[in-house]
Design a protein around this ligand. Structure first.
Ligand SMILES: Nc1ncnc2c1ncn2[C@@H]1O[C@H](COP(=O)(O)OP(=O)(O)OP(=O)(O)O)[C@@H](O)[C@H]1O
Length: 282
């Protein structure tokens, strides 16, 4: 069962300048300790939603709440929000600006006025979490794209947020880079961080997330990832395709080869394990 919401939009609406409404009447709660995939086609409002959740954009209507309290968009309120929620934007070059990785990752904690020893400890832990300790002294402009992505995430992790929000973190990564990043995110989740990821990759969402939030032209629906990604009507409305694993499971179930209550294998390894189990059952 999902826990209480750490951060929550209540009846939230937003439009850019004089443009049309991008989001309206959105109720969206991020439960503590879960992994959540925000899904929607290009232009559906994923980035806008993440910016509203992290306070970078302000709701035109409705409210943003953190731990049950309305967020005040003044200096104190925004500082409190930043220590609870951290957003990593899609393009790492919009986030990295210091000369070296270590300097960049230390920027946030230093800005909080933390003692030097605490800043150093946080930087070390964040670099370890993202498996980039060896890059600490490397100039940021000499990093590969995948390394820049992980350095940008380390900067957010060093703020020790309760909720880490990532906009398309796997975009542009090769399969190995993607696996390394997902392993790092699993580690953060294991240590209690709530992780929210925007993606249009339904296969990734199914294997990685506990919960999903799907943006459709009519609004947003949130719930357990298997339930939402198994809902053909919702996927059609969102113009998303069914995950491959769901399609395979549906076929196997229709042929009586997989029980209705067996979890859908989300990775090749899980499929192999299911195959071995069902072979043993005969
Ligand atoms: N700064 C901006 N000014 C005006 N309109 C914007 C701005 N940023 C986004 N939009 C518009 O808001 C809508 C939602 O955009 P948003 O970036 O939130 O979608 P998205 O789901 O993240 O898209 P993608 O998957 O392509 O990254 C789009 O119609 C987009 O053109």
């Amino acid at each position: 069962m999902p826990g209480p919401a750490v951060v929550e939009l209540v009846g939230a609406g937003f439009a850019y300048e004089d443009g049309p409404a991008v989001l309206s009447g959105i109720d969206f709660a991020v439960p503590e300790g879960r992994s959540l995939a925000v899904l929607g086609r290009n232009g559906s409002g994923k980035t806008t939603l993440l910016r509203l959740l992290s306070g970078g954009l302000r709701c035109r209507s409705g409210r943003l709440r953190v731990a049950g309290e309305d967020v005040a968009y003044d200096r104190k309120g925004l500082t409190r929000l930043r220590t609870t929620v951290q957003l990593v934007v899609q393009d790492p070059d919009d986030q990295l600006f210091a000369a070296s990785v270590g300097q960049d990752v230390s920027f946030g904690p230093m800005n909080l006025g933390l003692p030097e020893g605490e800043v150093r400890a946080r930087v070390r832990a964040a670099l370890e979490a993202l498996d980039i300790t060896a890059l600490e002294d490397r100039p940021t402009h000499l990093l590969s794209y995948g390394q820049r992505k992980r350095a940008a995430i380390a900067g957010a992790v060093a703020m020790r947020p309760r909720v880490l929000i990532l906009d398309e973190p796997t975009a542009g990564l090769d399969p190995h880079g993607q696996e390394r990043l997902l392993a790092a995110l699993d580690g953060l989740r294991g240590s209690g961080t709530t992780v929210v990821m925007a993606t249009h990759d339904v296969d990734l969402a199914l294997r990685w997330a506990d919960d999903a939030a799907v943006l459709t032209p009519g609004g947003l629906r949130a719930g357990p990832v298997e339930e939402l990604l198994g809902d053909a009507e919702l996927l059609d409305a969102a113009r998303l395709r069914r995950p491959w694993a769901m399609a395979v499971a549906r076929l196997l179930r229709a042929r009586g080869l997989m029980g209705a209550d067996e979890p859908v294998p989300g990775t090749p390894e899980e499929l192999d394990a299911w195959g071995a189990r069902s072979a043993r059952r005969g």
